[in-house]
Design a protein around this ligand. Structure first.
Ligand SMILES: Cc1ncc(COP(=O)(O)O)c(C=O)c1O
Length: 395
């Protein structure tokens, strides 16, 4: 089946729900058992059925099944946010004295969790240059338990050579984690590239409407799922079935929304790349992008999110530009129907960010692309006006 068809079919069983097209919202904390004997055997069904609300309900399972199928993994575990998916996955697999190799360009709070929490509990954390490729071999230690990738990297969009890094990591006995939120499994199939554990913030493209938080951990095998599941239920994290219902609804239209985001984002990226105010557009689908060759080899498409490096460093001029935008709203996140813009100040240690200029991150929503370009065009004019004022004042 093609991916679009899978998105429509997966996780559905109308015959089990009075013919309803979508599985209804099952809300439950307590699950009742018919007998004492059945209750006392509840641990036998812990991975396959419903024992207590924390392990999910049929609504949760419908979303989990659909996501596992879409990613091509064995099972999916759902968590209360994308960040929780990151932290629970890492916590479930890492122990004191284990070594974690993690890309320098991961999502900021992922980085903070590693430096502030994992290190406190005795995990050794090394950030690596996302362009490391085969040189990851030189960073591996006998104690390296997890190699954690995010590609393209948060904020600066470096594309990693996932198959090369994954092959080396796995040959040395480490597990390979990937935050696949940017691409979604529609555009990057993690398990075909050597990944063991895929993490997604469903908050973004799957939910698609900027109105909920949810995370997913999808594993290559059932055994890995059980480790992740046991870890998360020990901490007591679980998502509300109502939100799983909303996310499943979003998932059904992902294959329609994502190409629209992609096409509009690419047009805007190309338009920005031609502007004199712009030093560089950080978007792997542009042929001049340093990550383009690997992106083209490994990905089936691009996303809505990319960076724009302005030539100026003037905070006043940039504020003049983005404060006055009508369609691009200032706000974190991406994947929703509305366009967003944020200033970005990358935090890096393995490969410090040194490119001059001011970095913005755009998420291109579902508005007409002509309107979005007009909004940015007016913004760049405002930027130019402030820069002229500043030059005149300096004379
Ligand atoms: C790449 C990436 N991973 C994980 C997350 C965390 O997702 P959430 O906002 O659902 O906690 C984000 C949020 O921006 C993200 O950009």
């Amino acid at each position: 089946m093609e991916r679009e068809t899978r998105l429509v079919q997966a996780g559905r069983a109308p015959e089990g729900h009075e013919g309803a097209v979508s599985p209804p919202v099952y809300r439950a904390s307590t699950i009742l058992y018919p007998t004492m004997a059945a209750y006392e055997k509840r641990s036998e069904r812990v991975y396959t059925s419903y024992g207590y609300g924390i392990h999910g309900t049929p609504t949760t399972m419908a979303l989990a099944e659909a996501l596992a199928e879409l990613s091509g993994g064995a099972r999916t575990l759902l968590l209360s946010s994308g960040l929780s998916a990151v932290t629970q996955a890492l916590t479930a697999f890492l122990r004191k004295n284990d070594h974690l190799l993690i890309a320098d360009t991961v999502y900021g709070p992922t980085r903070v969790f590693c430096t502030e929490v994992l290190r406190r509990y005795g995990v050794e954390v090394t950030f690596y240059d996302p362009l490391v490729g085969a040189d990851i071999a030189g960073l591996m230690r006998p104690s390296t338990r997890v190699v954690y990738l995010e590609s393209p990297g948060s904020q600066t969009f470096e594309v990693q050579d996932v198959p090369t890094i994954a092959a080396i990591a796995r040959a040395r006995g480490a597990l390979v984690f990937l935050d696949n939120t940017w691409a979604t499994p529609l555009h990057f199939r993690p398990f075909e590239h050597g990944v063991d554990v895929e993490i997604q913030a469903l908050t973004k493209f799957v939910a698609g409407h900027s109105d909920l938080l949810l995370g997913a951990v999808t594993t290559r095998t059932e055994e890995l799922y059980r480790v992740a599941r046991d870890g998360a239920s020990t901490f007591g994290d679980c998502p509300a079935p109502d939100l799983c219902y909303e996310a499943l609804r979003g998932l059904r239209t992902l294959a329609v929304r994502l190409p629209h985001h992609e096409a509009s984002a690419l047009r805007i990226a190309e338009w920005l790349a031609r502007r004199p105010e712009v030093a560089r557009v950080l978007h792997p689908a542009l042929p001049e992008d340093p990550g383009h060759a690997i992106w083209k080899r490994d990905f089936r498409g691009a996303s809505s999110l990319f960076g724009v490096l302005l030539r100026t460093k003037s905070e006043r001029a940039v504020a003049g530009m983005i404060d006055g935008l009508h369609l691009f709203k200032i706000g974190a996140s991406f994947g929703g129907f509305e366009s967003l813009v944020v200033p970005v100040r990358p935090v890096r240690t393995a490969r410090p960010w040194q490119e001059p200029g001011f970095l913005l991150r755009l998420h291109v929503g579902l508005e007409a692309v002509e309107d979005l370009i007009a909004d940015l065009d007016a913004g760049l004019s405002r930027l130019g006006t402030v820069l002229t004022q500043e030059r005149e004042a300096a004379r």
